[in-house]
Design a binder for this molecule. Structure first.
Ligand code: NAD
Length: 341
């Protein structure tokens, strides 16, 4: 773990992880490999750039030559890079298969060639599919419902097959829904917060009774670091311990922290394949690696909302739709940045 390669380190969770791990005394260098898709932002890494251990490489995990070259200089990998937004996977599943499945295989192949000592593949509770009751344990069958989750399930199995077939020291982590600063405003918590801060309405799919477990991103990163350091190769670790909320309950909490009322909320027909409930048992990582989440949900939600309130410069540009703006002001003009110079 002396020389760490972090894929997708400019995204939401990856950037929090890099800011944490770059401070570890036993880590000599941290290289972020990130394609900077619409979801990746170099600003997310912020103060980490003050640390001389950090290197940033813009590139795709699908570039086998680049990946091979980088892997030769690294001893461990934490793999976050992915297409991560469920709704987008309904429209363009191909990109999810390319990055999440083929990209993962490209990394695994290079890791094997160069004798990487640890490879942590970061995955999601969505691979287990919906659970009306009970909680999934790590060796439960995978029953993903949507293309995003199916591509993650495929990549989990491919990663584990690299251990079983080739002995590559792979661990897989599966976490519940993350929240915290720097999340792209397409995801529900920042979407609702940014809309409410702008005085705009928010919409709930169906009856709002879908249950998700909300885990603070820093608790997730704590779990990943524990797996990186002590996880047994070939093992899967659920990282849960967040707070269960139905969408209605989450909306109630978000209205409160944003100072808004239910007048801002409308209900729309449910999205396709909207799983009713996810739930994971995370006893294994707690007992074997000492993982314990420390963030209180109410407090974490309030500080997350405050971050969005204080940093409109970080999210407002991501919400700007030039086509909608041109249509609404009637000019029909799409002004590109730098036009006229
Ligand atoms: P994100 O969308 O915020 O970040 C993804 C990052 O990957 C971005 O920086 C993007 O530029 C980069 N990327 C995308 N395609 C790439 C490619 N081909 N090559 C290199 N970089 C590429 O996602 P996130 O929410 O930070 O999720 C990170 C990981 O954690 C994903 O694997 C996701 O499946 C998993 N996960 C997310 C959650 C959650 O609630 N967000 C929960 C559990 C697991």
């Amino acid at each position: 773990m002396e020389h760490l390669l972090v894929t997708g380190g400019a995204g939401f969770i990856g950037s929090h992880f890099v800011k944490r791990i770059v401070q570890a005394d036993d880590v000599a260098t941290v290289t972020v490999l990130d394609a900077l898709t619409y979801a990746g932002h170099i600003e997310n890494l912020g103060r980490a750039f003050l640390n001389p251990k950090l290197r940033f490489v813009r590139g795709t995990i699908l570039d086998a030559g680049l990946v091979d070259d980088l892997m030769a200089r690294h001893t461990a990998v934490v793999h976050f890079a992915a297409e991560s937004h469920v709704d987008r996977s309904f429209l363009a599943a191909g990109a999810f298969l390319a990055t999440n499945v083929h990209g993962t295989q490209t990394l695994l192949d290079a890791a094997r060639r160069h004798g990487v000592e640890k490879f942590v593949h970061v995955s999601t509770d969505e691979v287990y599919g919906p659970l009306p009751t009970g909680s999934a344990v790590e060796d439960d069958p995978l029953r993903p419902s949507v293309p995003y989750a199916a591509s993650k399930a495929a990549s989990d199995l491919i990663a584990l097959s690299s251990f079983r077939t080739h002995g590559l020291p792979v661990c897989v982590t599966r976490a519940s829904n993350n929240y915290g600063p720097c999340q792209h405003p397409e995801k529900i918590i920042p979407l609702f917060v940014t809309r409410l801060l702008k005085g705009e309405p928010v919409t709930i799919h169906g009856h709002g009774e879908h249950v998700r477990n909300w885990l603070h991103v820093e608790d997730h990163c704590q779990g990943i670091e524990r797996v990186l350091r002590g996880g047994v190769p070939g093992e899967v670790y659920n990282i849960g311990g967040g707070t269960d909320r139905t969408t209605n309950e989450l909306t109630r909490d978000l209205l409160r922290v944003c100072g808004a009322t239910w007048d801002a909320v409308t209900y729309i027909p449910d999205r396709q394949a909207n799983d009713e409930r996810y739930s994971m048992d995370w006893t294994k990582i707690a007992d074997s690696l000492g993982y314990q989440p420390v963030h209180d949900f109410e407090e974490g939600l309030a500080t997350t909302a405050t971050w969005y309130r204080d940093h409109p410069d970080r999210w407002a540009p991501l919400l700007y739709d030039p086509h909608a703006a041109a249509a609404s002001n009637g000019s029909g003009i799409l002004v590109a940045a730098g036009a006229g110079r």
